[in-house]
Write a protein that binds this ligand. Structure first.
Ligand SMILES: NC(=O)c1ccc[n+]([C@@H]2O[C@H](COP(=O)([O-])OP(=O)(O)OC[C@H]3O[C@@H](n4cnc5c(N)ncnc54)[C@H](OP(=O)(O)O)[C@@H]3O)[C@@H](O)[C@H]2O)c1
Length: 213
């Protein structure tokens, strides 16, 4: 599979390395400056399965597009992709903003980042996923043999199994979390992980998992 990853920072770089090295996928990083020193260093770390191109070039040939920009840049990033009609987009963003109590969600009760991305990406199928844990856990989602959980929310039932398979290939226990409007729940769930990690002493090396009777 060819995976276009828009942004090559903590999340994008980690996902690109994991998909290339664990699952043998071809990675196209869609970045604003494909020859930037940090991007060249990332490519050499990953090896021959990854290239850096413009966001529009990456999106045009990716079987999947994964959005990994900060929230304030998400709309511009989506618009820079050009025509995404028929494309599958995995949205990993969280709509974070600095509020009076520190980092918090900018939106959430009546709309989510996932739904906004869908509005900007006309004709694409947007799935909310890969937003509810830290990037370190995306590199290594298994804790003492137990898979940590990752959710996928989206409205396109026909393409959802492909997205679940792609996310599962990272090593997550993937749960179908229903329609895209449930991105509102997943973004709040991400905020809980962030709060516990940054403010409540848990740090980045823990994750949510599923227990079932
Ligand atoms: N960090 C985490 O553990 C984590 C976990 C889950 C979800 N998230 C979410 O994932 C997103 C990314 O987080 P991060 O920590 O990876 O951020 P980051 O390290 O700052 O990386 C962001 C990347 O986006 C790129 N970018 C910005 N605007 C762009 C545009 N218009 N087109 C293409 N690329 C663009 C940046 O490239 P430049 O070099 O050009 O600026 C950079 O490579 C955020 O929405 C965050 O809330 C983060």
């Amino acid at each position: 599979m060819k995976i276009a990853i828009i942004g090559a920072g903590n999340v994008g770089g980690t996902l690109g390395a994991a998909w290339a090295q664990k699952a043998g996928h071809e990675i196209l990083f869609g970045v604003r400056n494909p020859t930037a020193e940090k991007t060249v260093a990332l490519l050499s770390k990953i090896g021959g399965k990854a290239r850096a191109v413009t966001p529009a070039e990456a999106a045009a040939s990716g079987d999947f597009i994964v959005l990994t920009t900060p929230w304030p840049q998400a709309e511009a990033a989506i618009r820079s992709l050009g025509n995404v009609n028929g494309k599958i987009i995995l949205d990993a963003t969280n709509p974070l903003a600095m509020g009076p109590d520190g980092l918090s969600l900018e939106i959430g009760h009546s709309i989510s980042a996932g739904e906004k991305v869908q509005n900007w990406a006309a004709g694409a199928s947007v799935f909310k996923t890969l937003n509810t844990t830290g990037f370190g856990n995306m590199a290594d989602p298994v804790f003492d043999g137990v898979k940590s959980v990752m959710f996928v929310a989206g409205d396109d039932a026909a393409n959802k199994p492909k997205v679940i398979e792609l996310v599962s290939s990272l090593g997550f226990d993937v749960i179908d979390a229903g329609p895209l409007r449930n991105a509102r729940l997943l973004e709040a769930h991400a905020m809980l992980w962030i709060e516990l990690s940054l403010k409540r002493g848990l740090g980045p090396d823990w994750a949510f998992a599923r227990l079932k009777r």
